[in-house]
Design a protein around this ligand. Sequence first.
Ligand SMILES: [Zn+2]
Length: 466
Amino acid sequence: MVFNIFVLIKNCIIFILCFVVLPCCVYGKEVEMFDILIKDGIVLTINGNNEVLKGAHIGIKDKKIAYIGKDDNLLAEQYIDASDKIVLPGFVNTHTHVPMSIFKGIADDLPLDVWLNDYIWPLESKYMDKETVYKASLASIAEMIHSGITTFNDMYFFENEVARAANETSIRAVVSETLMDGKTVNSKNFVEGLAYSEWLIKKWQGNDLINVGVAPHAPYTASSDLLIKAKELANRYGVIYHIHLSETKNEYNTIKKEYNSTPVEYLDNLGVLDKLTMAAHVVYLEKNDFDILKNRKVSVSHNPESNMKLASGISPVYGMLRHGINVSLGTDGVASNNDLDFFDTMDIAAKLQKVYYMDPVALNAQEVVMAATLGGAKALNLDQYVGSIEIGKLADIIILNIDDMHAIPLYNPFSQIVYTLNPADVSYSIINGKIVMAKGNILTIDEEAIKESIIELQKFISNDLQ
Ligand SMILES: [Zn+2]
């Protein structure tokens, strides 16, 4: 019996050596089996040296980027042919109100205060509920995935439904409940809003895709008491503080009159500005404001289309970048854009700075792509995980076609992305190491069903408003 056991163990060792260890060791090196191998792409790494690698492969294993290089003898469960395609980190949309897509085109061509007071807020109180937030979020998420967005940073109401939609469709999101002094569609007062925010933080803690922030709406809709309490909550959990800041001349004048300081100085005096603060818009700045934003390490979300449509003004983002301030890009909500096309956002961001500074050098294509990827990840405090193609980072990667008539010839991939391509050119989207879109088809969403539900909602709202 003892003899038999020894023979058995010996045979097992021989079997493991011959059939497991030896085949895995070719020329002394272990042959790794990747989950996904993206082959032969033009890879924009957005790493520290901003390397562009031609004909490179990217190996993905256990959700992470495990290999970048040109070894042709690699094995994987799944291969994606990226020859003659651009491969880059997914876009990070740092300012959205995704459920507002249901109000697309319902109230256009109005100033911000009239648009908000007379149209958007009454519409929200009448039609926004959990179910509408969920359905409209799904529609926006589908549009964003088509546009190459792999992370979005949302501020709205019933944010748990936004998180649910994002989690189900496998897109990365930071969600924050909008906090205002008065009643909102989801809370009687800001105390309830803060309690909901804390519940949301706890609920999604540890989730792979969903992060939660704290979002007081703006200095003109949130009292100093709320602004401070919201920051205390954000600090308690180490999460981002998402706020509209210095968006319009009206806001600037109101704060200046009331507190004898600019909106940026006002928030700084309250002690709520630091590297976890993500300020959206930031259009009206005085010289001292640049120093405050830089010294406090505040990140800015530039929303050029919304600022143009509402005639809010032009944010001096080229100046901010030159000053060492981290700038990212956002679409804002669809009601003030009126889509979630990130290629439009990048294109307009670049061109608008050139007009503002009367300088064609202002905000070049490479700076725009940086802001759209790593700048966004940094703004959301996610840059150690996503925003560039580097070994060890989570695989949030998009692959762009460059063979359509409008996309050729190609001399400079950064220029092509910012000035030439559009969402129809986004072929693949990989988020958290999972293929979410392949050859332009989203795999995690039933787009037809979502379209039907949105048209149904639109008919209901249209009939009701008559
Ligand atoms: Zn906004």
